[in-house]
Ligand binder design. Structure first.
Ligand SMILES: Nc1ncnc2c1ncn2[C@@H]1O[C@H](COP(=O)(O)OP(=O)(O)OP(=O)(O)O)[C@@H](O)[C@H]1O
Ligand SMILES: [Mg+2]
Length: 235
């Protein structure tokens, strides 16, 4: 398609299908060594100084790859990294074919009024995976229900929860950073999915039960919430 060829900086991208054009990255679907592959290409932002732009783009690419590898080492599901091209800032990732975002899953479950127990189980699953990630000192930086995928298991197996989009992630052992990570998710979660306060509480409960370091993080989350509220009252 004309759009794809025009956008593609690299010959191999011209053979791929553009699936998402974001503000910072384009996501393509294609193949790599015969395997279904997602290619995430970070592009330059013309309004940024070229040196700063290169630095930022490079940092996001390396952080995304590093955090994915660190998570995978700890047994947290994230896509396999097949290849990284640091010149064109492209990451080649395992394509989780047939997966859906947690966002779409919650929305369709709410719409159809299907079994709320499933959503409770999902919230617990999310709390658990985030506790594990934070215990590895990985802070995601952009936690939303769009950055979590559900991969259908075979047969009756429970769908697997997979974390994606680590471009804004960083390493930190600070409860404050982890608290902010949860705060970002809380804001996104409650604004995307109406009437899910209880569901989110369930997520936090599961987080608390899964991480030994949770008490300090939840304390920070409370502080950050308070700060947020004060700011909105001041206007
Ligand atoms: N490994 C993957 N397998 C299947 N689908 C994926 C995979 N990675 C991304 N996607 C799909 O592409 C969408 C966008 O991917 P991603 O969140 O990584 O990029 P983005 O949000 O554009 O990044 P940014 O935060 O830099 O703007 C996801 O919501 C998902 O639907
Ligand atoms: Mg995303």
């Amino acid at each position: 398609m004309a759009l794809e060829v025009e956008n593609a900086k690299l010959p191999y991208l011209s053979k791929c299908r553009l699936i998402k054009q974001g503000a910072e990255a384009r996501v393509y679907r294609g193949t790599f060594l015969g395997k279904p592959t997602i290619i995430k290409e970070r592009f330059s932002k013309r309004y940024r100084h070229p040196v700063l732009d290169e630095k930022l783009t490079h940092r996001r690419t390396t952080q995304e790859v590093r955090s994915i590898l660190r998570c995978r080492k700890a047994g947290i599901s994230t896509p396999v990294v097949y290849f990284v091209d640091y010149t064109s800032h492209c990451i080649f990732l395992e394509d989780l074919e047939g997966s859906i975002t947690v966002r779409d899953h919650i929305a369709s479950s709410q719409e159809s009024g299907r079994d709320p127990v499933c959503l409770n189980t999902l919230a617990e699953q999310i709390g658990k995976i985030l506790a594990k990630m934070h215990d590895e000192d990985v802070v995601h930086g952009d936690l939303t229900t769009s950055n979590m995928l559900l991969r259908q298991g075979s047969g009756d197996a429970k769908p697997e929860l997979v974390l994606i989009d680590f471009g804004l992630s960083f390493y930190s052992a600070l409860p404050e950073d982890k608290g902010v990570d949860l705060y970002v998710l809380e804001k996104a979660f409650l604004s995307t999915h109406p009437n899910t306060e209880e569901l989110f509480q369930r997520l936090l409960k599961s987080y608390t039960q899964s991480s030994k370091k949770a008490a300090a993080v939840i304390k920070k989350l409370d502080e950050v919430r308070l700060r947020g509220r004060k700011r909105s009252m001041v206007g």
